[in-house]
Design a protein around this ligand. Structure first.
Ligand code: ATP
Ligand code: TZE
Ligand code: MG
Length: 258
């Protein structure tokens, strides 16, 4: 849905967050017009999924004894017809690889948002990474398309080039804003922001719209601030101020459909 609709409907995004970035993630969902809520308590997942409009699972700081909780969360959400977004932080590291394999096998995921190295893992393509960061290079369009085919999920690959694919349709946003990668948690925030925009309907268009909105806010912030600290604040302010009209114009100019 458009940013105007997010602001009027204020969808509740339930995030199973990591313990590094939840404050920034909650603020991004909040300033864009959604309603953030974080929980890691399995006994309340049923109640929370009833009131949530989308569920985001971030494995950034997952522990082994929490794996069954995220599987449960994905199943409860799916049974209630709520979209599930996975942020597969550093998924190439073995404990995380196994956790995500279990989640995909025993639970359900509709959208996967990750950087190029994380998405390459789903495509079974080698791509250099260092922990949470993608450090290599490769054909990100082919990686996103293959990951979508292999997982059946909508893929949102982020980076200098954002690629969104459901395996049939692919959209590319090529707008370089290096400052966007200077703050830890922009990716986590983007994943939860996707939740707000797919609350009404789970479509590739809505995922593309979110990626474009975040990128445009990041671009506008980079015109105001050039250092990482204040940049993250400016990004929140740009997200709070951005209009449907600006996003529509940016999408016409900057989103390529393959
Ligand atoms: N070089 C870049 N140029 C333009 N935009 C970028 C660049 N790198 C990242 N981005 C943007 O930053 C946002 C976060 O994507 P990124 O790929 O950095 O996520 P991430 O690696 O999961 O981040 P984190 O784990 O720190 O939260 C996206 O909107 C993406 O488009
Ligand atoms: C730095 C870091 N470590 C685990 S999660 C996280 C935040 C980026 O996702
Ligand atoms: Mg990340």
């Amino acid at each position: 849905m458009t940013i105007k609709n997010v602001r009027t409907q204020s969808p509740l995004v339930l995030t199973y967050a990591n313990f590094v970035t939840p404050q920034f993630v909650a603020n991004v969902v909040n300033v864009i017009g959604g309603s953030p809520l974080m929980s890691r308590e399995v006994s309340e997942f049923n109640d929370l999924c009833q009131i949530a409009h989308a569920v985001v699972i971030n494995i950034g700081t997952l522990k082994a004894n929490e794996l069954s909780d995220i599987v449960t969360l994905s199943k409860v959400a799916t049974n209630l017809d709520k979209p599930v977004i996975l942020d597969p932080v550093a998924v190439a590291v073995p404990f995380r690889s196994k956790a995500v394999q279990t989640l995909m096998r025993e639970g359900h995921v509709d959208i996967i948002r990750g950087n190029a190295a994380e998405i390459a893992w789903f495509a079974d393509i080698d791509f250099d990474s260092q922990g949470i960061d993608a450090t290599g290079s490769g054909d990100v369009i082919a990686i996103a398309q293959l990951a979508a085919e292999k997982t059946g999920a909508i893929i949102a690959l982020s980076g200098a080039k954002d690629v969104i694919s459901d395996g049939h349709q692919t959209a590319v946003i090529e707008t370089d804003v290096p400052l966007l990668s200077t703050n830890v948690g922009t990716g986590d925030a983007l994943s939860s922001m996707i939740g707000a925009f797919v609350a009404e309907s789970l479509t590739m268009e809505n995922v593309t719209y979110t990626m474009a909105t975040f990128k445009l806010a990041g671009l506008k912030a980079s015109h105001q601030i050039t250092t990482p600290g204040f940049y993250s604040m400016q990004l929140l302010d740009e997200l709070a101020a951005i209009t449907s009209e600006e996003v529509a114009t940016f999408m016409t100019e900057s989103v390529q459909y393959l």
